[in-house]
Design a protein around this ligand. Structure first.
Ligand code: FES
Length: 105
């Protein structure tokens, strides 16, 4: 397995408290801006496959639109049931105003 840096967008394309979904190396990844920092996590809810990109960002957590589970976008940890398993997180790097995500293939 090798880690790869993938460019996803310009930093100004994601506003504070918002998120966007990108397809990176076959993975659906949600990138959110919270308190001035960018975070990348899996876009798929571990409860039953909900599309987290269709949910809201609330106090640094993404809420699944299907049954309301929440995950901390900084750590991927579950913060509200019914999900019990965390989501994966990815390293985000900023270079020359561009966002890159580190993914492993
Ligand atoms: S699929 Fe996300 S809470 Fe059920």
């Amino acid at each position: 397995m090798t880690a790869q840096l993938e460019r996803i967008c310009r930093v100004d394309e994601i506003n504070e408290g918002e998120s966007r979904v990108f397809q990176v190396n076959g993975k659906s990844i949600l990138v959110a801006k919270y308190k001035g920092k960018y975070y990348a996590v899996d876009n798929i809810c571990t409860h039953d496959g909900g599309d987290l990109g269709e949910g809201k960002i609330i106090d640094g957590q993404v809420e699944c639109p299907r049954h309301g589970a929440r995950f901390d976008i900084r750590t991927g940890d579950v913060t509200r049931m019914p999900a019990v398993c965390e989501i994966d997180t990815y390293k985000v790097i900023i270079e020359n105003g561009e966002l890159f995500v580190s993914v492993t293939d």
